[in-house]
Ligand binder design. Structure first.
Ligand SMILES: C[S@@+](CC[C@H](N)C(=O)[O-])C[C@H]1O[C@@H](n2cnc3c(N)ncnc32)[C@H](O)[C@@H]1O
Ligand code: SF4
Length: 481
């Protein structure tokens, strides 16, 4: 605590300047991790000895005080081969698809993992299910019944109101498959379109055609399946006009929900190694973001997160899975704060079991090599690769805040109920600078991202977490040294 008023001002200015200096140093630099759903980055998830039964026992204890909702993510590891590898840009773990026997074996392993979780999750009502990947529409039409049955074996009440989404690539949807998905219990399809321009599709080695996207949308509509589309902007050589053509086509096809991510270029991908020079600058990408935002708003879409857009007049179901991701903690109408958890089932599945005051909980990830995933199950072990325990209040508060920032709004009373801290006091210097830039707005009830602040969410997150991330780096260095 500073001893004099003069020192308070001086150190306050210093910190303010340093927050400003941090922003100025980074705002024109490309961020290699655009979408941060939580804190810390998986790079720091180094705990390899975690006990799933112990985590689940602590979860059961915490749920006795404050009930929570459970969401399920089910992964499929495989993808069609592409040249360049992994579509040239993808940073998600996956392995090359060679044929149906891989999928049959994988379904058997999923079943075994499911049985290991049975004592902890069975009969809990599920709020939403998401089949992601990899590529979840690689299965043949006859395999969807088995895939959904695996879920029903543990959650027999699945159906009714539960949103069940299956994600896939355009060229693998057929009417027969979509019908089989619907009959098996899927309610929504998410199409990974990414972009519609032939030259850029060729750049990523994906063999999809725009016509397959629109045909899939039409089939979904015929079959009564809700449909979402994933688009990415900021491609090598992409122009604002090209981006708008894609958006206009998807909006014109009547899609009620779309994600519009900025391309994340990193790792040892072809784009990072060979196409960096063709990428739009950060200023050009910001221009794309602003243009897309204004275009979608004009077409009647509401921005639900930094990258999700939904048609406000739509009568289609709420996006439950996405909502649950971005509102891990929310106030119920009676004022109590409810919590949402996710079990990531299968290859590279990520689980979030954030806890209560006694134990802040864990996030952990399953094996990201199929051989390791199979090997663990063959040995009768939970197939967990590594995880992170929220042992400190600082890490817990940052992860809660990061998730709220994705939805662009921090409800101050919910944040305080969960962390015992007022978010506005907590990072006051950063908020002051961000408010001056016009990137946030603070009221007595909320702290909101506004204007270009939405585009700069990853920068804001790294600003808020930078001291803690430095500490984590130092402690890793000490451990490994
Ligand atoms: C795990 S991917 C799988 C989707 C599906 N296999 C496909 O390729 O369409 C899920 C979503 O993450 C987004 N995504 C993947 N890689 C990305 C990247 N490098 N930058 C931005 N978004 C990315 C895409 O919008 C994609 O639809
Ligand atoms: S973008 Fe989709 S299809 Fe391509 S490698 Fe990634 S997960 Fe697989």
């Amino acid at each position: 605590m500073p001893a004099t008023g003069t020192r308070t001002v001086a150190s306050g200015q210093e910190r303010e300047l340093s927050a400003r200096a941090y922003i100025e140093a980074h705002r024109y630099r490309r961020h290699s991790n655009r979408v941060l759903h939580g804190h810390p980055s998986p790079l720091f998830w180094r705990n390899r000895d975690l006990s799933v039964p112990a985590i689940m026992a602590a979860r059961a204890e915490a749920l006795r005080d404050a009930p929570g909702r459970l969401n399920l993510y089910v992964a499929t590891p495989y993808c069609l081969p592409t040249t360049p590898d992994r579509c040239g840009f993808c940073l998600f773990p996956s392995e090359v698809y060679q044929g149906r026997p891989q999928l049959d074996r994988y379904l058997g392993c999923l079943e075994r993992e499911g049985e290991m979780y049975r004592p902890f999750v069975a009969r809990t009502p599920l709020t939403s299910v998401y089949f992601g990947g990899g590529t979840s529409n690689l299965y043949r039409a006859d395999q969807y019944a088995r895939l959904l049955q695996l879920v029903r074996n543990l959650f027999p009440d699945l159906g009714g109101d539960t949103e069940v989404t299956l994600e896939g690539i355009p060229q693998l949807f057929t009417r027969e498959k979509l019908d089989a998905m619907r009959t098996a219990g899927c309610t929504r399809v998410s199409i990974g379109v990414q972009q519609l321009d032939d030259e850029m599709i060729a750049m990523s080695g994906r063999k999809q055609k725009a016509s397959q996207v629109f045909q899939t949308i039409a089939w979904c509509r015929d079959l009564g399946l809700a449909v979402s589309v994933d688009l990415i902007f900021g491609w090598p050589r992409q122009t604002v006009a090209g981006m708008l053509r894609d958006l206009d086509a998807v909006v014109g096809a009547g899609v009620d929900h779309l994600t519009h991510y900025e391309l994340n270029v990193g790792g040892r991908t072809d784009f990072a190694l060979n196409r960096s020079h063709e990428l739009p600058s950060v200023e050009e990408t910001l221009d794309m973001y602003r243009t897309a935002r204004d275009f979608l708003a004009e077409k009647g879409y509401r921005q639900a997160t930094t990258y999700d857009w939904e048609r406000s007049t739509s009568g289609s179901p709420q996006l439950v899975y996405e909502e649950e991701w971005r509102r891990r903690f929310a106030a119920a109408p009676d004022g109590t704060v409810t919590r949402s958890q996710t079990w990531g089932w299968g290859f590279a599945g990520i689980s979030h079991f954030l806890g209560g005051r006694a134990d802040r909980g864990w996030t952990f990830m399953n094996h990201t090599r199929v051989a390791d995933y199979f090997g663990a199950l063959d040995a009768g072990l939970f197939p967990v690769e590594r995880g992170f325990r929220y042992a400190t209040e600082a890490d817990f508060r940052l992860t809660v805040l990061f998730q709220m920032l994705i939805s662009m709004v921090v409800d101050r009373s919910v944040y305080t109920a969960v962390t015992d801290v007022d978010v506005v006091d907590e990072f006051s210097e950063a908020w002051e600078v961000l408010a001056e830039l016009g990137w946030i707005r603070v009221t007595s009830a909320r702290l909101e991202l506004v204007g270009d602040g939405v585009f700069y969410t990853p920068l804001i997150q790294s600003l808020l977490a930078r001291e803690r991330v430095q500490e984590l780096r130092r402690s890793e260095f000490v451990r490994s040294g």
